[in-house]
Design a protein around this ligand. Structure first.
Ligand code: NAD
Length: 524
């Protein structure tokens, strides 16, 4: 029987996707057979007690690999390695440190395809996005490599009698704990500034996406990062992660993940007085006024909530749209959401892949169901129209637009972390501001308006660490990235990163001119 052009081209895409998926599995087998190991002191090692856990594919539920499950003993071994490497690494001339970080960046770019394939297999994020992962990771390394020479810089405060000057020194071995939503990029984001500061690292990646963490450490070692400077210990949060936050040799924890986990980490690290930096959850509002550039706002709103499977901390997941614009804007959003291609993440045309885990899919569905029961309207999405062609064990959800949401609903208050947009209308500026700030989170706010005065007024009034006006996220690594309220503590980027990974020391020198107060009297 002859096939139509559409059938032929869809068969072709599926065979391209299958080939890429098989290639990813071959790469995974090569690095993780029989077990994906920890990387400690430059060596690949199993857990001391031999424990492992299984890592499954979000696409079809098949076993991707088996991973070593670290205990406190493994974390301690990695921390000893990081501690032993610290004294030498911190003394490396800045230019030498810069060169090795640039070499890592080059090496990541040279392995961009491998990184993308493995990340897609591990997370279900479409290749369309993961193909840029290595470049983003390399950018993080390059940016901080170029700042190595000024990481220790301080300020001077001269007076007539004294000179005060400050300097920064690396705090010591640090722990970095990362989530599963963009595992490779987020790991480089935290690790690059730590290494540029002169710190050594023990990295605990998320158990649902362990693969590219080992790959990153392996690639870094291949181009001359000294052994012990970057160690990886795999395992579950409540065991391996907890042990890292309690390990006395570790001086600080850079954490990216959920808000409740952040609060556990703060409590766990209290005894050893850990310094913490938290990039936590969000429920970021997008405020669209009726004077906004309609088409640009539509593009940005769709992109910021449906890209990366909606599993992004900065998702603009709460759309506040002015009443006069509401129906027209929502109608177009629904059309846009319905046109998004859901499917095999290895298919180059796929825009939304499977969610990371069955638990995550259930959670997202529950938010939608309970919103519907409370009177919200599920305008589109849910089971994908091509579900019959997709593996039934995959975690599929077509993008959802949910209207008639009220601020008391879970879907308006909680981080859903999936391709789901909750829509609420507002009357005027005061109403928009009240709705936007009615959240325990404070990561990002997106604002669409052509009124310059209103843009500046609201930018001051929003309770969030970042305000994006007439734009989707546009990351500039020199600017501070982070959240207020329950979205985080601290900022990433430029000197903000160095302030976290380094101690600031003040040196005060008397110029031998000031009278020193005397107590007591001697005979001379
Ligand atoms: P999570 O908090 O469940 O896990 C994150 C990491 O913490 C994992 O490695 C996990 O193993 C570890 N962990 C869990 N319990 C721990 C404990 N008691 N002690 C130490 N470590 C522990 O988060 P997730 O589900 O992997 O990721 C999604 C979350 O990450 C979302 O809330 C998202 O908003 C957030 N996130 C924030 C940013 C940001 O920049 N603000 C960026 C990306 C993701």
């Amino acid at each position: 029987m002859t096939q139509s052009f559409t059938e032929r081209s869809s068969n072709h895409i599926s065979s391209v996707a299958d080939t890429k998926r098989q290639h990813a599995q071959t790469l995974i087998d090569a690095m993780a057979t029989p077990v994906l190991q920890h990387v400690i002191a430059g060596r690949s090692c199993p857990s001391l007690n031999g424990e492992v856990f299984s890592n499954f594919s979000p696409f079809d539920g098949s076993l991707l690999n088996v991973t070593a499950a670290g205990t406190a003993a493994d974390v301690h071994a990695a921390s000893l390695a990081a501690n032993a490497a610290f004294d030498d690494w911190r003394k490396w001339p800045a230019a030498r440190r810069r060169d090795v970080l640039h070499a890592i960046a080059d090496h990541l770019e040279a392995h961009a395809e491998q990184i993308a394939l493995i990340e897609t297999a591990d997370t279900g994020q479409p290749l369309k996005f993961t193909t840029k992962t290595a470049t983003r990771g390399a950018e993080n390394f390059r940016y901080f490599a170029d700042l190595c020479g000024q990481a220790a810089d301080g300020h001077s405060y001269p007076t007539e009698t004294h000179l005060n000057y400050t300097m920064r020194t690396p705090i010591g071995p640090v722990g970095i704990i990362t989530p599963w939503n963009m595992p490779f990029m987020l790991a480089t984001w935290k690790i690059a500034p730590a290494l540029a500061s002169g710190c050594t690292v023990v990295h605990k990646p998320a158990e649902w996406s362990p693969l590219t963490a080992t790959l990153l450490a392996t690639l870094a070692l291949e181009v001359g990062l000294p052994v012990g400077v970057l160690n990886v210990v795999h395992g579950l949060g409540e065991t391996t992660g907890q042990a890292l936050t309690q390990e006395p040799l570790i001086k600080a924890i850079g954490f990216v993940g959920g808000t409740s986990t952040g609060s556990h980490i703060m409590a766990q690290g209290a005894k050893s007085l850990k310094r913490v930096h938290f990039e936590l959850g969000g429920k970021s509002p997008v405020v669209v006024f009726d004077d906004a550039n309609f088409e640009r706002a539509l593009d940005a709103v769709s992109f910021m909530v449906f890209s990366l499977n909606g599993q992004r901390c900065n998702a603009g997941s709460r759309l506040l749209v002015q009443e006069s614009l509401h129906d027209r804007f929502v109608e177009r959003l629904v059309q846009r959401a319905q046109s998004i291609r859901v499917g095999n993440p290895f298919d180059p045309a796929t825009e939304v892949g499977p969610l990371i885990h069955a638990r995550q899919l259930d959670r997202v569905r529950e938010f939608c169901q309970s919103a519907e029961q409370a009177g919200a309207v599920l305008r589109c999405g849910g089971t994908p129209s091509n579900a019959a062609e997709l593996p039934s064990a995959g975690h599929w959800l077509a993008p959802r637009v949910v209207s008639a949401v009220t601020p008391d609903m879970g879907i308006a208050k909680e981080e859903v972390f999936g391709p789901v947009l909750a829509v609420m209308p507002f009357k005027d500026e005061a109403h928009a501001l009240a709705l936007a700030n009615d959240s325990r989170y404070g990561l990002s706010t997106y604002l669409w308006t052509s009124d310059l005065g209103r843009a500046h007024r609201l930018a001051r009034a929003f309770d969030s660490g970042m305000v994006w006006v007439n734009t989707e996220i546009s990351r500039n690594l020199s600017t501070p990235f982070g959240g207020m309220k329950e979205s985080g503590i601290g900022r990433d980027g430029g000197n903000w990163s160095f302030d976290f990974y380094m101690e600031t020391r003040n040196v005060c020198i008397g110029l031998d001119t000031h009278p020193i107060p005397r107590i007591g009297k001697d005979s001379v």
